[in-house]
Design a protein around this ligand. Structure first.
Ligand code: ADP
Length: 483
């Protein structure tokens, strides 16, 4: 697997969680899964010190020959390889630089150049998100004639179609070293620019995305981010496989970050809730429902709906905790709410893994009113910790949250269908009312905690995708073969 993130080394969101956990689950299924990542300077020193130096090679970035150190570190039985280059990866954060095209073009070339040097030649290169989108076209354009690469097949996984890696076409020669024959409407051209995500979607043998609903949604213009036509044409090659969560990492019984670890019985939410309230300076009221938002504060996450009814929401008898970073307007919204209602709102505008877990353990409800959500992990983590999700029915949220039904008494959370602030508010009110009916509440929590969101089932699905390729069942229709 090639990716820009993998926990515990580098993570800004769900991508890191997935690439950190899926290889472990695949190895349990007998797949020799290994991961290759950029060697970011922000990787914790304790890992960097343990890495074993393999060798230094040079990697072509168009006319440049760049240094590339190769390192290895085994983590939980999974071999991780790291691509080192200070010019590209010695930065204060993972993303957001002007030379993003060159950084990840270098990474893609380095992944392919590294293969003969790491004592492992994969049958399948599984690429994740736009950062690795150029691997398949590079393989087709620069490596196929080499016998060792001839049988390597590629899988490309979309974690979020919104982020595509779109760059001016002048990078074609100077960065990518690709001829203009690739800059076509069925190649990597996208509205007269180069699109890394599209490159991955066009040139890879099989495609996956992170939930069945999202796989269907992105074939329509509303969710398709202008790639719905292409995805529709490749729908026979596209599978939707729901993400799992790492059950070793997210386990309330062993989580050292939380106040009082717990299993399903006895249900110790109260201690963790009290601990969280104390930590955040909120009144230690056990009976007021505590509603939380954990995640990136961006338009996708439906923060506009919260903004629309924030005053009505805060007029309710609830406590509201936010942990996240993102767009200024949303950060300011919650900062100001925290200032206006200090005994009701706690706004934590930062990335804090420990606090995230204490929130999952201590909150009663987790709000995710996303406009779209490829999979979403937070709702699954919340359920595992006995916190009930309130979600909008889209993508992976729709596939994992079963809204509680008063008649059948079945369900693991709450949901609403339309992207409408008052529908959301109504759902929050209903949940807050049910919270006061404690036996019913506990029964829903029990159903949430009993869900199986472990990786094993999904890893089997990925294995089937790989089997399709190694069994050479695939129709010879992809661009790669015609080159
Ligand atoms: P996305 O990948 O769109 O950001 P997901 O729900 O798939 O959203 O995954 C988000 C992951 O990142 C979860 O593990 C969540 O707990 C974590 N996370 C997001 N924001 C923060 C934050 N500010 N502090 C700690 N963890 C966070």
């Amino acid at each position: 697997m090639a990716a820009a993130e993998a926990a515990p080394f580098a993570k800004t969101g769900g991508l890191g969680d997935v690439v950190g956990a899926l290889p472990k689950a695949l190895r349990r299924q007998g797949v020799d899964a290994r991961v290759i990542l950029p060697n970011y300077q922000s990787i914790a020193p304790r890992y960097r010190q343990e890495m074993e130096f393999i060798r230094a090679i040079t990697v072509p970035v168009a006319w440049r020959r760049q240094y590339c150190g190769l390192f290895r570190l085994d983590q939980d039985g999974v071999p991780f390889y790291f691509v080192d280059n200070l010019q590209y990866f010695d930065r204060p954060s993972l993303y957001g630089f002007l030379d993003e095209a060159e950084r990840y073009a270098f990474f893609c070339r380095a992944v392919l150049e590294a293969l003969p040097h790491i004592d492992f030649f994969p049958q399948i290169l599984h690429c994740h998100d736009w950062h690795t989108g150029m691997i398949s076209p590079f393989l087709a354009a620069h490596y196929r004639s080499d016998r060792r690469y001839a049988s390597v097949r590629t899988v490309f996984t979309i974690h979020n179609l919104k982020y595509q890696g779109i760059f001016p076409k002048k990078i074609m020669g100077d960065v990518l070293d690709l001829g203009w024959e690739h800059f076509t409407v069925d190649g990597i051209e996208f509205y007269d620019q180069v699109n890394f995500m599209k490159a991955g979607l066009v040139y890879s043998d099989l495609l996956t995305t992170v939930s069945r609903s999202y796989a269907g949604e992105i074939q329509h213009p509303f969710f398709g981010e202008k790639l719905d036509g292409l995805l529709g044409r490749r729908s026979a090659d596209l599978s939707g496989i729901i993400n799992g969560i790492d059950y070793e990492l997210y386990n309330p019984a062993t989580d050292r970050h939380i106040c009082k670890p717990y299993g399903q019985e006895p249900f110790p939410k109260k201690e963790n809730k009290a601990g969280l309230q104390q930590e955040l300076g909120l009144p230690m009221e056990p009976d007021i429902p505590l509603l939380a938002v954990v995640g990136r504060l961006v338009g996708q996450k439906g923060i506009d709906l919260i903004a629309c009814v924030l005053d009505e929401l805060l007029a309710m008898d609830i406590q509201f905790v936010v942990l996240g970073t993102g767009e200024d307007r949303y950060q300011n919204l919650f900062w100001q709410a925290g200032g206006r209602f200090p005994r009701r709102v706690s706004a934590n505008i930062r990335f804090d893994e420990g606090l995230a877990r204490r929130i999952y353990a201590g909150a009663d409800l987790l709000l995710m009113p996303s406009l779209y959500e490829p999979c979403g992990l937070s709702q699954m983590i919340a359920m595992r910790y006995g916190t009930l999700p309130i979600v909008r029915e889209t993508g992976g949220l729709k596939d994992t949250v079963r809204p509680y039904d008063d008649f059948t008494r079945r369900g693991n959370g709450f949901s609403f269908a339309n992207y409408n602030a008052h529908d959301m508010l109504h759902t929050i009110r209903r949940a807050a009312t049910l919270y006061r009916d404690y036996p019913t509440w506990l029964a829903i929590v029990g159903q949430a905690m009993a869900e199986d969101f472990s990786w094993d089932k999904s890893a089997q699905e990925y294995r089937k995708v790989y089997d399709r390729l190694t069994a050479k069942e695939i129709a010879h229709g992809t661009k790669q073969r015609s080159l």
